[in-house]
Design a protein around this ligand. Structure first.
Ligand code: ATP
Ligand code: MG
Length: 563
């Protein structure tokens, strides 16, 4: 076997769907593979959709086929152009392209209507006058058959006439619907004369007021797949029971292409919710600041937070594709993000919670520029120069007055290294009248420039720091999970999904950053030494940079988990 050199090759990208495709190619059933990603434009895409995008576009890429982007826009009441645009942006950002294959189910409204007339003419569909509730009530249960609608045996002529008048806008909403005439006793409830069309006087974002009858999802989806010559129609498991209906429409109509529906497990991620309905609710009720709030599991939110497309694709590869539903640990996603950023994010120094140090033996007005490497993981990342002078800040948590024996950072009379700079020793602790530490007086060893002593003397700890006079003020947004429990949908009776909302999912602090960050642009990503990975937020302005914490460093994460 060839050696697997690239990191991603280690991940098994093969799956049961690819096995089916391999068989179909081998048997000659297909020569070109066509998949599709069919979002309904009623919200922003989330990480679950990313799984589906990576699967569908990934297959098209690897089999040199094509993947269509099709908007499933049959429910005009909930759909908006804003969502269409955000979806296109997100798919592109993830690194995929549909090329010329951009479609809308609404493009097929006329064809779908013609097919419906054909079914009526073939005695396979009828106009029903039962209300939605009555239809539900007569559908039966898993153990009991449904009952036939009293309108089931209308003549073909009457059905055609009524259907045309529905289309012409002669009736009120809910007065009539078109139903497929299948079998009210079928073990598959979806086969018990499902509704195909309902009357809706709603403006459609693409077809305007041209239509007042709209086709249902189950009817539209399979036929849209067929019209586009999709070979493998990949959908999530909850559609497994609808497959007989998918095949029924395809088989009852004179279609050229018969796509095969294959179901796979949807992605569930711990500490978040993934239903568009709930995500919309979080936005509408201002629990978060919009669809792209960095705490949201949306692609837009993850992009804003600083996740990279590469890390999300890597995540999709690692979770794989299977038939059984399961919950994936949020840590795995963060692991993938860290892996990517470790290689690609430059290191900088930012003191989140500053404590001032005065170096008493350092000349008052001297400023030195010390060389610092940008990324030890990347030989091409180069170096920069950071200013050093008499007054600096270190992290407040890096000093302890009464330090335990195993304390490796600063404490009275102990010596530590300042990263890229000098050894310092703490001589005196200054406090305010309430006993809070306000300043440390230290000395430095001029012979230890660069952070290495001439005599080979070792120190146990290294701290990051910034120079007080040159530091810039930055806002830091620290994020935690949106929910406090892995599965927020498990709630006590009478409570809803907001029960487990985390009140501390966002924390904003004011910090001090090294001056090189003045140049940072929105979206730039950095490792703040010892603090994690951060990206420049959209709200950032030159006078006040704003950073999002993307993810902590591995050790901080492990440490936090133990708390
Ligand atoms: P929701 O129920 O949250 O509204 P949806 O499935 O109705 O989601 P669509 O816009 O219809 O949203 O989804 C587009 C495609 O993405 C579908 O093929 C669907 O199967 C897939 N998809 C949606 N959610 C997930 C998920 N959590 N994991 C994997 N695929 C998903
Ligand atoms: Mg859907």
């Amino acid at each position: 076997m060839e050696e697997k050199s690239e990191k991603n090759k280690e991940i098994e990208t093969s799956n049961f769907i690819r096995n089916i495709i391999d068989d179909d190619l081998e048997s000659g059933k297909h020569t070109k593979i066509i998949t599709r990603f069919p979002p309904e434009p009623n919200g922003y895409l989330h990480i679950g959709h990313a799984k589906s995008i990576c699967l569908n576009f990934g297959i098209a890429r690897d089999y040199k086929g094509q993947c269509h982007l099709r908007f499933d826009d049959t429910n005009p009441a909930k759909e908006e152009t804003e969502y269409v645009e955000s979806i296109m942006e997100d798919v592109h950002w993830l690194g995929f392209d549909w090329g010329e294959n951009l479609f809308y189910a609404s493009d097929y409204f006329q064809q779908l209507y013609d097919y419906a007339e054909l079914l009526i003419k073939n005695g396979k569909a009828y106009i029903c006058e039962l209300s939605q509730e009555e239809i539900r009530a007569t559908r039966g249960t898993l153990t009991e058959p449904g009952t036939n609608s009293p309108y089931r045996d209308r003549s073909i002529e009457e059905n055609l006439d009524l259907f045309r008048r529905m289309k012409a806008g002669e009736f009120e909403e809910g007065a009539y619907s078109l139903r497929a005439k299948i079998d009210m006793a079928s073990p598959f409830i979806c086969m018990r004369d499902p509704v195909m069309y309902r009357i809706k006087y709603v403006h459609h974002h693409r077809t305007g007021d041209e239509w007042c009858i709209y086709p249902m999802y189950d009817y539209t989806h399979c036929l849209s797949d067929s019209i586009e010559a999709i070979t493998h129609s990949l959908c999530t498991l909850e559609f497994e029971n609808n497959r007989p209906l998918y095949d029924w429409f395809i088989n009852e109509l004179p279609v050229k292409h018969k796509p095969r529906q294959i179901e796979f497990a949807r992605l569930n991620l711990s500490y978040t919710v993934m239903s568009k309905r709930l995500l919309l609710d979080l936005v509408k009720s201002n629990v978060v600041n919009g669809w792209d709030d960095p705490r949201m599991p949306t692609i837009a939110g993850m992009r804003r937070r600083g996740y990279t497309p590469q890390s999300i694709r890597d995540f999709a590869d690692r979770i794989g594709v299977a038939k059984a539903n399961s919950m994936v640990d949020f840590d795995l996603l963060q692991f993938c993000v860290r892996e990517d950023l470790n290689l690609n994010a430059n290191r900088v120094m930012v003191v989140l919670d500053p404590l001032e140090i005065v170096i008493e033996n350092y000349p008052e007005d001297k400023v030195e520029y010390l060389e610092a490497e940008n990324n030890p993981e990347n030989p091409n990342a180069g170096n920069r120069y950071i200013p050093f002078s008499k007054r600096i800040y270190i992290e407040r948590e890096d000093f302890m007055e009464q330090a335990p024996r195993k304390w490796f950072r600063l404490s009275p009379n102990s010596e530590i290294r300042l990263k890229h700079a000098y050894y310092i020793t703490c001589k005196e602790v200054i406090k305010d009248k309430d006993g809070n530490i306000t300043q440390l007086i230290c000395t430095y060893d001029p012979e230890s420039r660069g952070g290495w002593s001439k005599d080979g003397r070792k120190v146990k700890g290294t701290s990051h720091w910034v120079c007080k006079d040159h530091a810039i003020d930055v806002d830091i947004r620290l994020y935690d999970h949106l929910f406090t429990v892995p599965d927020p949908m498990i709630v006590p009776e009478g409570k809803d999904y907001k029960y487990h909302l985390n009140p501390d999912s966002l924390n904003i602090i004011q910090s001090k950053a090294e001056p090189s960050l003045k140049e940072a642009k929105i979206g730039d990503k950095f490792q703040f030494l010892r603090q994690g990975y951060f990206s420049v937020d959209y709200d950032s302005i030159p006078e006040k940079p704003v950073f999002n914490r993307i993810v902590g460093l591995k050790d901080t994460w492990a440490k936090e988990a133990k708390k």
